[in-house]
Design a protein around this ligand. Structure first.
Ligand SMILES: Cc1cc2nc3c(=O)[nH]c(=O)nc-3n(C[C@H](O)[C@H](O)[C@H](O)COP(=O)(O)OP(=O)(O)OC[C@H]3O[C@@H](n4cnc5c(N)ncnc54)[C@H](O)[C@@H]3O)c2cc1C
Length: 398
């Protein structure tokens, strides 16, 4: 549970980072609903939007200045993503760079950082793919089967990943693979030992032992399956120590939770604004439908939930920035924000009646998109399992 050490950590209220918010809103104004509807229909990648965000430097917000980024705090990066979603855009197309970059920054060698971070910061290279999930092991990451076997100055990778977002539109991928098979591990070692992280250059790998196949899904997340059949990854692309890769991605997970939760808050804001407007303007039985408590109260309740989640999220971001333990706060914020967004989405859909189904209103698309936050990058049950075990001290449930 949180300790007294949290005193002295400051949480800002209101519209913090107003200049960033204004700048992101200006970009979003150039990418209205028609743009996203078209991208969604074609299952395409929003290249123009990602370029605009890169050119403005927003995707490099967390990269330190010495590597060409803005070196901003976690909360500022979250505000960027939140504003995208609050203004009808879909930052999930490019958000991964913000947290995958952290693994390289914290665990990469000086040579790796010098080689890649400035190009990621400038937008010359995209690090948008993060390869963890596998078809047969799912949430049980320690059991993943993709193998990386040392062969001289290379590792030879064989295996399969699933649901890897943006892989076809990324130059680089962080890949988690087993350098020691789970069953060959010394029983005294941790289950997470034997996993290693690699930076895969997708441009060289495609067609040379790595194949990417698109996965058609309920939302346009540019999801893919990736097949590895003897892909040779140079040894110099191992990040951190061989066999200790889980630790390298673990400390990025709180950052990931905090960042994606900002998108949920942005989603909730969009749904609440859109629903309130429609409920006020739509006349049925000679009065605005929002005059009925059955229509008004779910929207008001969603607003209250969103405000609560937002406070929790600000706290998590502040603790992260102060370098304090924030696992509890990041997980609680993730749970509350993802549910607040979904309740707002439901209220918005219901308020629109049949028009909620009309594509031109964007409600159905954004309703589909907001649901993902309860499943990926981590499902609600696993967040609850974290709270049950690590916060409340109950037995591990898995
Ligand atoms: C659109 C999309 C994009 C994604 N992008 C990426 C990506 O870029 N990179 C990547 O690596 N992965 C990605 N994922 C994968 C995502 O992280 C996983 O889908 C998610 O972690 C759940 O894993 P699973 O689908 O294998 O579910 P499973 O592990 O099969 O679980 C199914 C259900 O059972 C529940 N469950 C399982 N075990 C337990 C337990 N012990 N206790 C309680 N409940 C349990 C889960 O909570 C879940 O609800 C993406 C998924 C989607 C849908």
């Amino acid at each position: 549970m949180n300790s007294d050490n949290d005193s002295g950590v400051t949480v800002t209220l209101g519209e913090d980072y107003p200049e960033i918010r204004e700048g992101v809103r200006r970009i979003c104004a150039d990418f209205p609903g028609e743009y996203w509807r078209d991208i969604d229909r074609r299952e395409a990648y929003p290249t123009e939007f990602v370029k605009a965000m890169s050119d403005a430097g927003y995707l490099a917000s967390l990269i330190p200045e010495e590597f060409g980024g803005a070196g901003l705090p976690m909360r500022a990066a979250g505000v960027i993503l939140q504003e995208c979603h609050a203004n009808g855009c879909y930052a999930a197309a490019c958000h991964a760079q913000m947290y995958t970059m952290g693994t390289l920054l914290r665990h990469g060698s000086p040579e790796q950082k010098a080689k890649y971070l400035p190009k990621i910061a400038s937008g010359e290279l995209r690090l948008q793919a993060f390869g963890v999930t596998e078809p047969t092991t799912g949430t049980d990451t320690t059991r993943l089967k993709t193998r990386a076997v040392r062969d001289g100055e290379h590792y030879v990778v064989t295996g399969q990943k699933v649901w890897i977002s943006r892989a076809a539109h990324s130059d680089l991928m962080l890949l988690l693979a087993r350098t020691t098979p789970f069953d060959d591990q010394d029983p005294s070692r941790k289950k997470t030992d034997g996993l290693s992280v690699f930076l895969v250059d997708m441009r060289e790998a495609r067609g040379n032992g790595m194949e990417i196949r698109p996965l058609s899904a309920m939302i346009n997340h540019n999801a893919t399956e990736i097949f590895f059949d003897g892909l040779r990854v140079p040894r110099e692309n191992l990040i951190g120590t061989e066999g200790k890769g889980f630790r390298c991605i673990l400390d990025g997970m709180n950052a990931e939770r905090i960042l994606v939760s900002h998108e949920s808050i942005g989603d909730a804001q969009w749904f609440i604004r859109t629903a309130s407007k429609y409920a006020t303007e739509r006349i049925v039985f000679d009065r605005p439908i929002g005059q009925n408590q059955g229509v008004q109260f779910p929207i008001a309740r969603a607003y209250a939930e969103m405000q609560g989640a937002d406070m929790m999220l600000r706290k998590a971001a502040a603790l992260f920035e102060a370098g304090r333990p924030c696992g509890e706060d990041a997980n609680v914020a993730k749970l509350l924000a993802s549910e607040a967004a979904w309740h707002a989405a439901e209220a918005c859909m219901q308020t629109h009646g049949g028009f909620g189904y009309a594509r031109e209103y964007d409600v159905e698309r954004r309703w589909r998109e907001s649901r993902i936050q309860q499943i990926a990058p981590i499902s609600t049950n696993l967040v609850l399992a974290y709270i049950g075990e690590h916060v409340l001290g109950m037995p591990r449930s898995y």
